[in-house]
Design a protein around this ligand. Structure first.
Ligand code: BGP
Length: 485
């Protein structure tokens, strides 16, 4: 424990972040329809093409839907939050959470995505979760779409490629704003909206082999998400006075490998390609630097009359992002590659990496926060950050995760520095406060939690929850409002 004597601003929102598809389980209970995440099967590491298991082909979909057993489906099972949310929320409350980030599983509420009426059982589940949170004074922070596009929309429209999906999303959002207007005041539209251009099925329910020009399809789907995000921002303000609604980006701060102007330019370009998504949300228009990319890749975005005005008028209240690591760009193809969560780059010799090759860079967080605040002049919210690691359970059941404490402490220190630099940071929700299924690997062994869940990669385990050392540490951090790190 480090004592800093420096408190975070009053009302700073400390907590943790999750997503329905990695947490809830109960994928087919109480009227829920299938979502994109439910189709993602577990592909053993040695059989994976890339370092992730989240894309899918038409053939694979057919096999899965015909009942052919591909492997197991960890995201369908989650960690059974659906039935254990009371126990889990009590543990979050014990840590003193001020806020809990969760997503609503769209297909739990509109099973096919485009149903005329919502599924009452789905709405009721989230009512119960919000009531439980409020019992302990925890504010929900709700993501409307976290890789959970209802599969029915893939069948009908190839996911977000279809403009019709904007209307379906609006209906869903208006339904939940109306239903939860007295229970939820912090909202996010799309989790890591840049995912649609990295993994279009996970990010937007788009099956690439059903498109003629996959890149064009990704950016067209993204345009529909931008318009939908702006329209629901408008609806949120109309339905819930005083609510705050933001966007969310997987932020990748990218450094040049050397002062060689070619490397500097490469890093600039990669940062632009990453910031493009928040630029549209926060500034309300497509930035000029994208024109060249669209031209060189024969991408032409089909817009309808009024789209530009909608983007301009309904910008977000705050900008949120995930930050796990930084990247380094080199104009020359040589050099040792660093691994990342769908992102690459060359290895930065000044940084250590996690067991999954993600380069750990707390100072990069300070740099990024300064840059983002400077760029947007809107409040920022760090809604995902953490260390995916292997945990060992000792014979007496204890788990000594000092490596996790070290990672989090260093990042929180840099957040404080950024606040002192003048950045307006609303809060911090570390990723996976309770162990959950990994997004990129569909495994359980990559753990982020303060709370351990007894479940392995093959789905064996009692699902019992237990506290790691980091549990008491984070409790103190929150209790002291960041003074005791
Ligand atoms: C983000 C996603 C999360 C999450 C996290 C950690 O990209 O928004 O859903 O899981 O990364 O990634 P992983 O689970 O692959 O370690």
């Amino acid at each position: 424990m480090t004592i800093t004597n420096k408190e975070f601003p009053k009302g700073f929102l400390w907590g943790g972040a999750t997503a329905a598809n990695q947490l809830e389980g109960a994928f087919d209970q109480d009227g829920k329809g299938l979502s994109s995440a439910d189709l993602v099967a577990y592909i053993p590491k040695d059989q994976r093409k890339k370092d992730n298991a989240i894309e899918i082909t038409s053939d694979e979909i057919e096999k899965i839907l015909s009942g052919e057993k591909v492997a197991r489906y960890p995201k369908r099972e989650g960690i059974d939050f659906y039935h254990r949310y009371k126990e889990d929320i009590a543990l979050f409350a014990e840590m003193g959470f001020k806020v809990f980030r969760l997503s609503l599983n769209w297909a739990r509420i509109f099973p096919n995505g485009d149903d005329q009426e919502p599924n009452e059982a789905g709405l009721k589940f989230y009512d119960d979760v919000f009531d439980e949170l409020h019992k302990y004074g925890i504010e929900p922070l709700v993501t409307l779409s976290h890789y959970e596009t209802p599969y029915g929309l893939t069948e009908k429209y190839n996911g977000w490629l279809g403009r019709e999906v904007i209307g379906c999303f609006e209906r869903y959002a208006k339904t939940v704003f109306t239903r939860y207007k007295d229970k939820v005041k912090y909202w996010l539209t799309f989790n890591e909206i840049n995912m649609i251009t990295l993994s279009p099925f996970t990010g937007g329910g788009i099956v690439s082999d059903r498109t003629e020009h996959p890149l064009q399809a990704q950016y067209q789907g993204l345009h529909h998400q931008f318009v939908a995000s702006a329209l629901v921002t408008k609806a949120c303000h109309a339905i819930i006075p005083g609510a705050k609604i933001g966007c969310m980006l997987a932020r990748m701060e990218t450094y040049p490998n050397t002062p060689n102007p070619l490397d500097v330019r490469k890093a600039q370009l990669e940062n632009q390609m990453n910031l493009f998504f928040t630029d549209v949300h926060a500034r309300g228009e497509y930035p000029n630097y994208m024109n060249r990319f669209f031209k060189e890749n024969q991408i032409s975005i089909k817009k309808e009359d009024g789209d530009d005005e909608i983007l301009k008028e309904y910008t977000v209240d705050y900008v949120s992002f995930s930050y796990y690591m930084s990247l380094t760009a080199s104009a020359s193809p040589e050099g040792e590659r660093a691994q990342g969560n769908l992102f690459g780059g060359v290895k930065n010799p000044y940084l250590e990496s996690s067991d999954w090759g993600w380069q750990i860079d707390p100072i990069g967080l300070r740099i990024m926060l300064n840059d983002m605040y400077d760029r947007y002049q809107k409040p920022l919210f760090l809604v995902e950050n953490g260390l995916g690691a292997y945990d060992r359970v000792e014979e007496d059941g204890s788990i000594h995760d000092d490596y996790r404490i070290d990672y989090l402490r260093k990042h929180i220190e840099q957040m404080r520095e950024a606040i002192e630099d003048g950045v307006d940071l609303m809060g911090y929700t570390s990723w996976g406060p309770i162990d959950l299924v990994s997004m990129s690997t569909s495994e359980m062994t990559k753990r982020y939690g303060f709370i351990y869940v007894d479940l392995d990669d093959d789905g064996n385990g009692t699902l019992k929850r237990s506290k790691k050392d980091s549990f008491d540490w984070y409790k103190k951090v929150i209790e002291s409002n960041g003074v005791e790190l």
